[in-house]
Ligand binder design. Structure first.
Ligand SMILES: [Zn+2]
Length: 137
């Protein structure tokens, strides 16, 4: 009670855009072809640092589903939902999996690959810009 233990994901992680809490490993993505009312959404095998709301019946484009909304435990913002049960047999693969809305996520790289090079070339560009301006009275 009271104390919240935050888990950290190894490697590339999706984090809560609001509070920076880790929510899922990039490798846990099952599909990026999902949509929520707020835009793109991803299906994950597992997520961390979320709390689930009450069970609800929701009509979706692929049929009737029993779902729970999920909330970031860091800031209590809704970040997606969990599929508890699908009535359509073709949709059963989603049971027990999680949707995170892309608009609620940031990507965190613990090992930047190529990111630093981009930063470096950008600062070089800025240097030459300021030289050109300063050298021309
Ligand atoms: Zn959060």
């Amino acid at each position: 009670m009271g104390r919240v233990y935050v888990e950290y994901v190894e490697g590339r992680a999706y984090t809560c855009r609001c509070c920076g809490c880790h929510l899922a490993n990039v490798e846990e993505i099952v599909s990026k072809h999902f949509h929520s009312k707020n835009g793109k959404a991803y299906l994950f095998n597992s997520v961390v640092n979320v709390s689930a709301g009450p069970l609800e019946t929701r009509m979706m484009t692929t049929g009737l589903h029993l779902v729970r909304d999920i909330f970031c435990i860091g800031c209590c913002h809704p970040v997606g939902w969990k599929y508890e049960e699908a009535t359509d047999t073709a949709q059963k693969y989603k049971e027990g999996k999680f949707i995170l809305e892309r608009s609620k996520l940031d990507v965190e790289d613990s090992v930047p690959d190529g990111g630093w090079e981009v930063l470096q070339s950008m600062s070089l560009l800025m240097d030459s810009d300021s030289e050109a301006v300063g050298g021309c009275p």
